[in-house]
Design a protein. Structure first.
Length: 159
């Protein structure tokens, strides 16, 4: 079976793929390990006027300006409760760093490629657009996120 994400964005052993697990509004998501550059606690974010609603603003990461993307908004979840802390994972797309605002980060899972399944046909179109498929874990589903598709805003805006 083919790997869920091309080998440029995931760690490939003969038949396994590794994912950093994150949670957004209770949903378990997986990001390819090699796509994640940093994991950060809550950061000071400066809003950007007239930015799309899913762009929370920018932050300074070791002297580099990083665009912060609110995954709750991007994925259609309700806003975070007032005072509720967030974390972020930093990924790169087209040479630019992006901070994905999440609720929490979990563990790294190494999963068998043969257990990977394509997106169910009943999956919400907004999710189908950014997910390459799922893994059925013991008690929940892990949606595998394609960072390239998640951050391809031109395609998202056209749709």
């Amino acid at each position: 079976m083919t790997a869920p994400i091309d080998s440029g964005t995931s760690v490939m052993e003969a038949s396994r793929s590794d994912f950093v697990t994150i949670r957004v509004a209770g949903q378990l998501l997986g990001l390819p390990v090699l796509a994640v550059h940093d994991v950060l606690n809550a950061q000071k974010i400066t809003p950007i006027p007239v930015a799309p609603s899913f762009v929370a603003g920018v932050l300074n990461l070791r002297g580099r300006i990083v665009t912060a993307i609110d995954l709750r908004n991007r994925l259609g979840f309700p806003d975070r409760e007032e005072g509720e802390k967030s974390m972020s994972v930093v990924v790169e797309h087209k040479g630019e760093p992006y901070s994905l605002l999440i609720d929490s980060v979990g563990e790294v899972l190494s999963l068998e490629n043969e257990e990977f399944e394509k997106n169910p046909v009943t999956l919400d179109p907004r999710w189908r657009e950014i997910s390459v498929g799922i893994y059925r874990l013991d008690d929940e589903l892990l949606a595998v996120i394609d960072v390239k598709r998640l951050l391809d805003f031109e395609v998202a805006a056209a749709a």
